[in-house]
Design a protein around this ligand. Structure first.
Ligand code: NDP
Length: 454
């Protein structure tokens, strides 16, 4: 065997890269990592973690209102954006150090800087060139913006975490996770928020009842939703504000425009032209079920393969990779029934099939659906509603989809995901004793199917 400096060189220390590096080192491999931006990648720095902190911050606005119904009288609440950002940055710095510490503890050699592939076994980082038996590309993804006149005025989610000040008005483009989550954040913080989505109804891959429920709830919070609206151009005005023109000619005046129109794999400037790594049209690296690219000793996982862009998916992929490559225990990633949450307000939690998917896959399904006002809001005065939905294959009685819109939906769906993964039947839901009074008990008390098989 050739005498390489390392057994594995990991490019990118986001969720997938760090987990792979740590596990492979733990299994005895000599591992190196390289990163030119920040430890922890998108999730820690400009994704899941700071986003959730901002969601918490924005929800206090409603919490203060809700508290009045419970007898709390407070003076005028005031919000300070720089304080929030300063505290958020402090926490991110702490997490960056923890990630670095985890690599050090695992005995991983870390290089600060951009890694470029020289050939299938050599990597250049700054002025250092190292050899490695295997390479793992875990470089993640970057937000993309539409190719329209004036797109230099667009900001992305990366920028939204570092604004000097909140705008008075914001226009958010897109109808996916990031668009609805930031709509809730900005609206909760008092910004006049408009969301423009090109289709009939946003959150295209989610269950239709979930989508319409979220539409109704966002509208209750005074978020303006412009569907069938695609921005064609953007103009900056002399006073620094912007005018966005939709394809139908309608114009929107705003102070900031956030493009939340998807993320693309980060494959630029990695030196991929020096190796035989096949990619899809959008740059996603093509891998087999062992995360092997078309170059036999080069692997890729996480957002850069654009399979499912979620942190826990990248982590699980990394665990499978490490086990298969350095523990000698073959391990395949199971992409079925991956639960997910969208931290719009109220949250979405979902696992399994949508009703439309279930109808196309099974001849006969039963739907259980409940819309209700959560107990908390009987006194708070809030008119926010929750939704819970179960989709059952009639033939086997198996629960094939669980969906929720409501407070803490992400927390509640995690447990449901275990049950669905274990092949739970509706009879098991029915035999489960609820926890009273909770919203979650609704999942085990729904008895009447709302529609016959489709
Ligand atoms: P998504 O893919 O979720 O949504 C992109 C949105 O932009 C869609 O509504 C899409 O419309 C629209 N769009 C795409 N191209 C155009 C265009 N040219 N013109 C107008 N609209 C366009 O991407 P996000 O950026 O919101 O998030 C990226 C990924 O990150 C998510 O898919 C998710 O996997 C992950 N993420 C996860 C979170 C979580 O777990 N809570 C939070 C944030 C992100 P259409 O539907 O019509 O294609």
């Amino acid at each position: 065997m050739a005498d390489y400096n390392f057994d594995l060189f990991v490019i990118g220390v986001g969720s997938g890269g760090v987990r792979a590096a740590r596990m492979c080192a733990q299994y005895g491999a000599r591992v190196a990592t390289a990163e030119e931006k920040y430890m922890g990648g998108t999730c820690v720095n400009v994704g899941c973690i700071p986003k959730k902190l901002l969601v918490y911050a924005s929800h206090y606005h409603e919490d203060y209102g809700d508290a009045r119904g419970y007898g709390w009288e407070m003076g005028q609440a005031e919000f300070n954006w720089p304080t929030l950002i300063k505290n958020k940055d402090k926490e991110i710095t702490r997490l960056n150090q923890i990630y670095k510490g985890m690599l050090d503890q695992a005995g991983v050699t870390h290089f600060d800087g951009r890694a470029r592939i020289i050939d299938a076994h050599h990597i250049q980082v700054g002025d250092q060139r190292v050899s490695t038996e295997k390479i793992l590309i875990a470089s993640g993804g970057n937000p993309t913006v539409q190719d329209i006149p004036g797109n230099e005025h667009l900001i992305t989610s990366n920028d939204a975490f570092y604004l000097d000040a909140l705008p008075k008005r914001i226009l958010i483009l897109g109808g996916g996770y990031i668009a609805v989550e930031f709509a809730g954040i900005f609206a909760g913080l008092g910004v006049e928020t408009t969301l423009a989505y090109r289709g009939e109804l946003f959150l295209r891959h989610f269950d239709d009842d979930v989508r319409s429920m979220v539409r109704d709830e966002l509208e209750k919070k005074a978020i303006k939703l412009h569907f069938n609206s695609c921005v064609a151009s953007i103009q900056k005005k002399p006073d620094g504000s912007f005018s966005a023109t939709y394809e139908d000619g309608q114009q929107i005046e705003t102070d900031l425009i956030l493009a939340a129109t998807g993320r693309l794999p980060a494959v630029a400037d990695l030196g991929l032209e020096h190796v035989n790594v096949a990619m899809r049209d959008n740059g996603a690296i093509i891998v087999d079920e062992d995360f092997r690219t078309s170059e036999p000793n080069i692997f890729a996982l996480g957002d850069v393969i654009d399979k499912i862009q979620l942190t826990p998916v990248a982590i699980k992929e990394a665990m499978c990779f490490a086990s298969s490559q350095f523990l000698g225990v073959a391990s395949k990633m199971d992409y079925e029934n991956i639960a997910t949450a969208v931290f719009c307000q109220p949250n979405i939690g979902t696992v399994g099939l949508t009703e439309t998917e279930a109808r196309s896959r099974f001849a006969d399904i039963r739907i259980y659906l409940s819309r209700f006002r959560p107990l908390k809001h009987t006194l708070s005065g809030s008119n926010e509603q929750s939704l819970m939905k179960l989709i059952v294959d009639n033939q086997t009685d198996r629960v094939v989809g669980v969906h929720m819109v409501g407070s803490d939906a992400g927390e509640i769906i995690q447990g449901m995901a275990i049950a669905v993964k274990a092949g739970v039947t509706k009879a098991v839901f029915d035999s489960t004793v609820g926890i009273h009074p909770t919203a979650a008990e609704e999942f085990v008390t729904m008895r009447e199917a709302v529609s016959a098989a489709g």
